[in-house]
Structures are given as C-alpha cells and as structure tokens.
Write a protein that binds this ligand. Structure first.
Ligand SMILES: Cc1ncc(COP(=O)(O)O)c(C=O)c1O
Length: 502
C-alpha cells in the first residue's frame, strides 16, 4: 500500500472542525502595555468618544472598523515597491483597469483613451459618493434616493446635496427571531410603493452589499435582480454601494438556491450584471488600506439617462482628486489594491473570513448575549435594546455609548455604537430627538488581523458586562448632541447616581 492509499483510509482534512487558517503570520507588531486605569483616564480625557482614543493604547481587539484595517499580505507589501509614481497613466492604472474588468465585468472600465472615462478612482469611498450625488443633485428637485440601508456617510453626502435618503430595510431585519439569511435585502414592497408614488423624483436606486447599516447582512441575488427589474421598469438606474461585494457573493454561494456550485467570481459577475454603476471603498473587500472608485456601466441605463454626467464627473475628479488615471491614489497604493482584488474572491480566504465572524457571533449567542443572528459578513451587531432590557435605561440614556466606553476602559477592546446616538438626531429648536429603527453596538472584524483567541477574549469581556448590566450607568452628552454626524464629534460623561436615573 502506498501512502496515498493509506491517507484515504482516514477522515479527510475538510471534515476537521478546526480548519487551519489559509495564511500564516508574516510579520507582527508587538502591543504596548497599558492598565485599565490608564485607559480609563485617557478615555475620560477624550469625552468617552472612542474615535479619539489612541489606537496604540488598545491592548485587546480594535473592532472599531473593518475599513482600511486589513493586514495586507506579503504580496501586497511587495507590490507597493513596484508602484509607479508617474503623474498620468502610471503602470498600476492599466493593471487596475484590467483587474476591474476581470472582477466586475468588461463594461465597468472602458479602454483608456477610448473617449469619456466611465471609471473614476478616488482615495476612499465617500468622495465617490460626494462626486456622484453632487452631479446627480442637478438633475431635478425634491429628489429621493432609496436604498436597502444607506451607510452613514452615504446618507450624509446625499443629504448634503439636498436629496432625501430613504432606507427600505427588509422586514426580516426587524424580526429578531428570524433565521433568514438575506436580511440585507431591500424591502421590495416598500420600493414598489415608493416608485409608484414618487418614481419621477428618484434618480437612482442604491443597494448596499453587504448592508452595513442593516447589520452587515447580505443581499440575495434574487432580491438584486427583482429590485433592478422594478427600478428599470420605471427607467431608473440601479447602483451598488459595493464595499463588501465578495463577502456578499460568498453568502449567495452558501445560502441561495441554485448557487452552491457556482464560483464566487462568477456570482460577483452575475450580481454586477444587474446594475448600471457602483461606488466602492476598496478599504474593505479591496483588502487595501486606502482607495475607492466610482464606475459606470458603458452603455448602461445610467449613462443613457444622464449622458452629461461622465463629463461632469471627469471635471469634478480633476478639480478635487486628480486626473482619472490616478485619481486620489499614489501609484503604490494602486498596486496593493490590484493584488488585493485578486485575493479577495478566493474561496478559502472568504470561507475563513466569514466563518471567523460567524464563530464570533455564535460564541456571543452561546453566552446569552443578544446579537443579530445570523451574523453578517464583516461584523457582529449587538442589540443594545435587548442587552439593557429591564435595566431602566431608555433611548435618551445612550446606553450603547456606555457599553463601548466600559468595554474599552475595562478590557481594552474597541467597538462602535451604531444606534440611538450615531443614527439618531436632535433638533435644538424643538428639543426633539429622533431615534433609528435599529440600535446596535458593532464589532467589526478587520481582515486577516486577529485570531480566534483574540475574539474569544472580546466575548468574555462583553459577557462580563452583560452579567453586570444593572451597574452600567447612562451617559449624558456634554457636547455635540445637535451636530450632524455627531458620533464622530460628540463628548459624553457617565451620569452619576442610580443606573438609568435621569
Ligand atoms: C457600506 C459603506 N459605504 C461607504 C463607506 C465609505 O467608505 P470610506 O470609509 O472608504 O469613505 C463605508 C465605510 O465604512 C461603508 O461601509
């Protein structure tokens, strides 16, 4: 008997519960040592706003964002050295063009010098949004842009251009009990209603994949196709906010009927075949630390309906970012991005990535911590309302802020409130506060950065806080309650006295 035959007598490697990571550590950074008292003092000095807490003092996991926080591969680091810093049409630009065509479809990056550009490189996602909504705001008045869930900066860029941003979350997202796998879907009934009533005011329909504001949940291929057909029947183009396109495609392969045998990169192409353009921050599924882009389908509904817009974007980009052949990026950043896009659709990578997030979510569930289930692709979302149920803390106590502050001070882990404070508002004139439909603390997992042991430590810390939730006080907002995008700017103070007292 040879060794091959002998190996076949044993359970195959794929059947092992503990799969090795599809990568190994190439270089690592040693953390500094800080005590809970030192962290507490620092956090208090920045008004409990975790955005201002020095990252170097984070002794646990920094789960503030999965954006731009990827640990790049050795190939990406090597690619940085091959960056060409020419002022126009650098080497990387042509490689990026090829890679965009290969990943998303030929029509999204017309051959350079073929006339008007339809591909615009930006330094991150939000300037793409600003560019798009600035030029779109001129096509009509009282405009509305619906989405399955606008990201906060997307919504802010829409509103800054006097357009109304409407979120059409799927009904399943609000049902804590539902185990539906595509809670990121756009609410089809809501979309139909909106287009019937006000279709003439809708310049574009947005679909965010995966739906970050809606719990990082994926959107099904069927939902993309149906939403696109409906919008197109009104002559309205459809765009993706495509930051996490590969993770979304992995979910489709895993859970959507008829997709199990497809390759992820084919699913990506199929997803993008339904849209007329997309904005993307490459800081997520580009596996790079910087980069963004705005891409229009050549001959698609968007450029046919708004034939002047490619030129307007061309001008905008030259004025604000740079020539379209480098946009807002250094040549070396483009090289790292090209390599990142090649890696991100690999199934072994995606399986590991999403399983890590799922296991993290599952460990929270096993400890009784209320999180949105099934977990999404890049983050686990803790349901703040359920976490504090029965403690007497109300909406204006902003308990999600209390939780993130304590987690960071006591245990050295950083997470982000995305709920009553971040997504709510306060009108100084009327004294009226608004609150969002969802009230989360988000634990976003950077790509390729942490190991299971790190995340287990977060679960243990959150569990400790959950067990002692009656002792967690409310916070008062000492600065910035009325400001736009206030969670990035505000300051807080723990309220003294009985927990939940007003
Ligand atoms: C869904 C979504 N859209 C847009 C953005 C904005 O991208 P950037 O941070 O690169 O500006 C983000 C960033 O987190 C996002 O998650």
């Amino acid at each position: 008997m040879n060794l091959c035959q002998l190996v076949e007598r044993f359970p195959s490697e794929e059947t092992l519960c503990n799969q090795p990571r599809p990568y190994f550590n190439h270089s690592v950074e040693m953390k500094s040592v800080f005590t809970a008292a030192e962290r507490a003092e620092m956090l208090e000095s920045v008004g409990l706003n975790v955005f201002y807490f020095p990252a170097e003092m984070i002794t646990g996991c920094d789960l503030l964002s999965d954006s731009g926080t990827t640990a790049m591969t050795n190939e990406q680091w090597a690619a940085l050295h091959t960056g060409d810093e020419a002022y126009g049409s650098n080497r990387g630009y042509f490689m990026l063009a090829d890679q965009i065509r290969e990943t998303f479809g030929e029509e999204f990056f017309s051959r350079p010098v073929s006339g008007r550009p339809n591909a615009f490189i930006f330094h991150q996602g939000r300037p793409c949004e600003d560019a798009l909504f600035t030029v779109l705001s001129r096509v009509g008045s009282n405009l509305i842009i619906p989405s399955n869930g606008h990201f906060d900066t997307t919504q802010a860029n829409i509103e800054a251009n006097n357009i109304r941003a409407v979120n059409l979350f799927s009904p399943e997202l609000k049902d804590g009990e539902s185990d539906f796998h595509f809670k990121g879907n756009i609410d089809i009934a809501g979309l139909k209603r909106l287009l019937e009533e006000s279709g003439d005011r809708v310049p574009v329909v947005f679909i965010t994949i995966t739906n970050n504001t809606g719990g990082g949940q994926p959107v099904s291929l069927a939902n993309i196709a149906e939403a696109s057909d409906i919008a197109h029947s009104y002559g309205i183009p459809v765009f993706f906010d495509a930051c996490r396109f590969a993770e979304n495609a992995w979910f489709i392969k895993q859970y959507e009927k008829g997709c199990g045998n497809k390759y992820v990169w084919d699913i990506v192409k199929e997803m993008f075949s339904h849209v007329d353009g997309f904005t993307i921050s490459f800081k997520k599924d580009g596996l790079s630390n910087m980069g963004g882009g705005l891409f229009l389908r050549e001959g698609g509904l968007f450029v046919r309906r708004y034939p002047h817009i490619p030129d307007a974007l061309f001008n905008y980009q030259i004025m604000k970012e740079g020539h379209p052949t480098y946009g807002g990026l250094a040549g070396r950043e483009i090289m790292a991005l090209v390599v990142g896009l090649r890696i991100v659709t690999r199934e072994k990578y995606l399986t590991h990535r999403i399983n890590q997030v799922q296991m993290f979510g599952q460990s929270m569930v096993e400890r009784g911590i209320p999180v949105l289930t099934p977990a999404g692709g890049h983050a686990v979302y803790l349901d703040v309302n359920r976490f504090f149920e029965g403690t007497g803390l109300g909406r204006e106590d902003y308990a999600g802020i209390s939780l993130t502050a304590l987690l960071l001070a006591a245990y050295g882990h950083r997470a982000c409130e995305l709920g009553n404070f971040a997504l709510g508002s306060y009108d100084e004139k009327t004294g009226k506060a608004t609150f969002p439909e969802v009230n989360f603390v988000r634990f976003a997992i950077p790509r390729l950065r942490y190991e299971r042991q790190d995340l287990d430590s977060v679960v243990e810390a959150v569990h400790g806080l959950y067990e002692n939730r009656d002792g967690i006080p409310a916070v008062d907002v000492t600065y910035g309650k009325e400001l736009r995008l206030r969670h990035f700017k505000a300051r807080f103070r723990f309220r003294t006295g009985k927990a939940g007292s007003r």
